[in-house]
Structures are given as structure tokens and as C-alpha cells.
Design a protein around this ligand. Structure first.
Ligand SMILES: [Ca+2]
Ligand SMILES: [Ca+2]
Length: 482
């Protein structure tokens, strides 16, 4: 008698296991704001040893106290999560005339660099972020220590040396990246260290890890790490530099929730900023079906390793206008948008370290920067107010060939709510009329409606089997669609 309910429960759990995957901590609908703490906000001048703001390769004084004080700013923009580049205690000396201000030269994975503050300061940040409804994404380095970390001399067996590099067939993984002391994840000690690091930060309230340089990390270890993160409900975002849709799909199958879609960034940079055709963007978006979890792929215009998006124009005003276009376009896409500090005001800057200029805040902005910020905040708010834009299915429409370089159309839809996004790459304002049947779109007739984004003159109407759009030059719009 007592066995029967148990047997029934066992059957039910087996059936459940066969029909559904384990519950996943979906981040679809989130918007991540990326911060490099040294270059964001200085909240404590007493930890500014060696700070020289005139030297782009030196420490600049930003810290966790400054970031905590700016939590309302991040929330005010509309982000729902904040990603910090690494805050570990760094090697004590410079390498290549560069200070480890960026955080990618760790010496102790379980402490905070004194330039950033203390573990208690990190706790205060997490508390403030949580109080503001922001999730915390921490950058985790799992491939290497800093050049001058004590561990390199203390534990030589933890690292791949020249011998391992010479004999391996997997140079990407077993050879040092940029000469950095390369961790041997197959060593039980290294494995325990790195798994323990994840547990250490998880216990301090971190909601997600951004894993650095995964292309260079041993795959069996990564899979174990990701399985533990998933079991613990920690979201995982991998950085495979240059990843296209196929690479993102492969690693989502291996256990990552998300990777950065670098191929989309490149296409948007060349098209929206650089003035090339939108066809290359459509080509990337057309591969969405390959992704295991398309709603969680990380979408971005630029980051701390790339020239600034706005740098793609020689002219500041044009860079601002096209960054506004880029941000409005980004907010129409399925995925998790990631905004690098300063992109919301179209900050400029070339290659590293010029792309890491100090963040500037409201009272330092020019009128042009204020305008970009206003558009960014509005586009984020429009996205968050729309379930279709936040989590809806995305369908790329088949625009007639002659228009494809200037016009990209897609719909987002969930639970009967539907929107149409229109990206317009043409320089001048233009009206388009396209047959619904050509687009593969069905829509009820409707009078002229205005786009959902504020501060732009974009209009749409549907009638007699035609879609009519009136769009400003170099801009993206989104419309409610019946
Ligand atoms: Ca400071
Ligand atoms: Ca490696």
C-alpha cells in the first residue's frame, strides 16, 4: 500500500524528465548595463593609490563605493542588471606600462582589489543593487592569472608552460593568451580553485557570471562549471570573442545560457554606423532559428574590447545621431541588450585604452549627449512596457530585394500582442509601400499610427493589402500592429 503513491510519484517524475528540461533561470526581458569600475565613478578618494587620470593606462580611481552611489543612475536609464568587469585583487605591478585597472590580471580571485574597495563594499553594492531591483553580473576570469600574480611562482604545476603549448594540438586552449599565465583546468587543484571561486561569489549575492575568454578554456571543465551554475540558478554569459550565431548555438547546447553575438555587433557597426547596407544585419538575424535559447543571446553595440560605436563616424553629431539609431534598433530585437557605460551618451574612443575613457554624468553632458541619453532611456522604457518587445517571438520579414539594404522589417509577438519594427538605413526621410503578401505579413487595415518611440516622426498604416511606412532617415521605429 505504501509503495503505490511512491511508484506513482516516480512515474510522474520520469514523465516530467522526459517531457521538459530542468527549470532554467531565464533572463529574457533583462537589460544589462556594463560597468568598468575603475572608469565609472570614484566614490572614495582614500583608495586612489597610483591614480593618474591623465594616463589612459593608469588607475583612474573609480571604485565600488562610486558604483553603489550611481545605482540610481543605472536604474534611471532602465537597466535591470549591472555587469562589473573583474574586481578581484590584481597583480601589484604594471605590465607593458599598463596598470591592471581593467581587472583582467588577477592575483587573488577571492578578494577585492584595494583600488575598488573591500568585500564589505561589494556586499554594500549587492544590497543597493538588489534594493533597486537590479541583478548583479560578475566577470569571472577562469583562463589565467595576472602576469605578476604570486600564484605563478607558488604553484607552477597549475599552469600550462611552453612544453604543454609545444605539444598540444589545441593551441587556443593550452597556450597562453597574450602571454598570460595559463591555468590548467584539468588539474584537480585548479578545478577546485575555479569551482570554489564561483561558489565564493555566488554566496555573496551574485546572480550571473560573465565568463571571460571561454575560447581558451578546457571544454570538459567548462561543462562541469556550467552544470553547477545552472543547478544553483546562476545565469551564465560567455565571451567567445568574435562569436557568430553558430558558435553561440554550439555553446548554448554545451550549457551556457548566453553568449555575446559578436557577428551582430559587427554587422550593426558597419551598417547603422558605417552606412553599409542592412542586408548584412538581416543575414545575421536570419540565423536566429539555430539558437537553443534565442531570447537570451547577448546583443550589444560595443564593449570595452572594441572601438566605441560612435567612433565609427568622424563627426560627433553624426556619431550621436547614429548611436541613437543603433540603440533604438537594438531595443527592437529578441535577446538581452547589453549597454556599455557611456554608449547611452554616444561616448567616443578608438582601440583600448581609448575606448575606456572615464564615464561622465548628467551635469557634464553636452546638449547632444543629453539628447542621445533621452532617446536611449525612452527606447528602453518602450521595450520594457511591451511584452512583445521584451519576450515575443521574432520574425524577420522578407523585404523586396531592391529595398533590402535600406529597410529591415521584423515583428515581435506574444500572447496576441504584436509590434512591427522598421529599421531605415536610407539617409533621407522616405515613404515605403510594400504588399503585405510580399512581406508574408497579415494585418488588419488601420489608420495612420505613430511609432512608439518618442521624439521621432515615424508613421505606419495598413490598407488594401499594403503596408505604408513613413520613416526618418537613419533611424529605427516600432509600431503597434493589429
Ligand atoms: Ca577611488
Ligand atoms: Ca587556456
Amino acid at each position: 500500500m505504501r509503495r503505490l503513491p511512491l511508484f506513482g510519484a516516480l512515474l510522474a517524475s520520469l514523465a516530467g524528465a522526459q517531457t521538459s528540461s530542468p527549470a532554467l533561470p531565464s533572463w529574457e526581458g533583462q537589460i544589462i548595463y556594463q560597468v568598468m569600475p575603475d572608469r565609472f565613478a570614484d566614490g572614495n578618494a582614500s583608495n586612489n593609490a597610483g591614480v593618474d587620470r591623465s594616463d589612459p593606462r593608469a588607475w583612474h580611481g573609480g571604485d565600488l563605493a562610486g558604483l553603489t552611489a550611481k545605482v540610481p543612475y543605472i536604474r534611471g536609464l532602465g537597466a535591470t542588471a549591472v555587469w562589473l568587469t573583474p574586481i578581484y585583487r590584481q597583480q601589484a605591478v604594471n605590465s607593458f606600462d599598463t596598470a591592471p585597472y581593467h581587472g583582467y590580471w588577477p592575483a587573488d580571485f577571492r578578494d577585492v582589489d584595494p583600488h575598488f574597495g573591500t568585500l564589505a563594499d561589494f556586499g554594500a553594492l549587492v544590497t543597493a543593487a538588489r534594493g533597486a531591483g537590479l541583478r548583479v553580473v560578475l566577470d569571472q576570469v577562469i583562463n589565467h592569472y595576472g602576469y605578476a600574480a604570486e600564484a605563478v611562482k607558488q604553484h607552477p604545476t597549475w599552469f600550462n608552460g611552453q612544453a604543454e603549448c609545444d605539444k598540444t594540438t589545441n593551441k587556443d586552449v593550452d597556450c597562453p593568451l597574450a602571454g598570460l599565465p595559463d591555468l590548467k583546468q584539468s588539474s584537480p587543484e585548479v578545478r577546485d580553485l575555479l569551482l570554489g571561486n564561483a561558489d565564493f561569489w555566488r554566496a555573496r549575492g551574485v546572480n550571473a557570471f560573465r565568463y571571460d575568454a571561454i575560447r581558451h578554456v578546457e571544454r570538459p571543465f567548462l561543462k562541469d562549471l556550467l552544470a553547477r551554475d545552472r543547478a544553483a540558478g546562476t545565469w551564465t554569459l560567455g565571451e567567445w570573442y568574435g562569436a557568430d550565431t553558430g558558435t553561440v548555438a554550439e555553446w548554448q547546447r554545451e550549457g551556457f545560457d548566453s553568449l555575446f553575438l559578436f557577428s551582430l555587433q559587427e554587422a550593426m557597426q558597419k551598417s547603422l554606423m558605417g552606412g553599409q547596407g542592412l542586408t548584412q544585419v538581416a543575414n545575421v538575424l536570419s540565423r536566429q532559428g539555430e539558437l537553443v535559447r534565442p531570447g537570451e543571446v547577448a546583443l550589444f553595440l560595443d564593449n570595452h574590447d572594441l572601438p566605441r560605436f560612435a567612433q565609427g563616424s568622424l563627426f560627433e553629431d553624426e556619431g550621436q545621431a547614429r548611436t541613437r539609431y543603433g540603440l533604438r534598433a537594438l531595443m527592437t530585437l529578441k535577446g538581452v541588450p547589453v549597454i556599455w557605460q557611456g554608449t547611452e551618451i554616444a561616448m567616443r574612443g578608438g582601440n583600448d585604452p581609448d575606448n575606456r575613457r572615464d564615464m561622465r554624468f548628467e551635469n557634464e553632458w553636452t546638449p547632444g549627449e543629453k539628447a542621445v541619453y533621452g532617446a536611449a532611456r525612452d527606447a528602453i522604457a518602450v521595450r520594457k512596457a511591451s511584452r512583445a518587445l521584451s519576450v515575443g517571438a521574432q520574425t524577420l520579414l522578407s523585404v523586396p530585394g531592391a529595398l533590402q539594404d535600406d529597410l529591415l522589417l521584423l515583428t515581435r509577438e506574444v500572447d496576441g500582442e504584436r509590434v512591427l519594427a522598421a529599421w531605415h538605413g536610407g539617409r533621407e526621410r522616405k515613404t515605403y509601400s510594400v504588399r503585405l503578401s510580399t512581406l508574408g505579413l497579415t494585418a488588419a487595415d488601420g489608420a495612420v499610427t505613430r511609432g512608439l518611440y518618442a521624439g521621432q516622426d515615424a508613421k505606419m498604416s495598413v490598407g488594401g493589402g499594403w503596408l505604408h511606412l513613413s520613416l526618418p532617415g537613419k533611424d529605427a521605429a516600432v509600431f503597434g500592429l493589429k
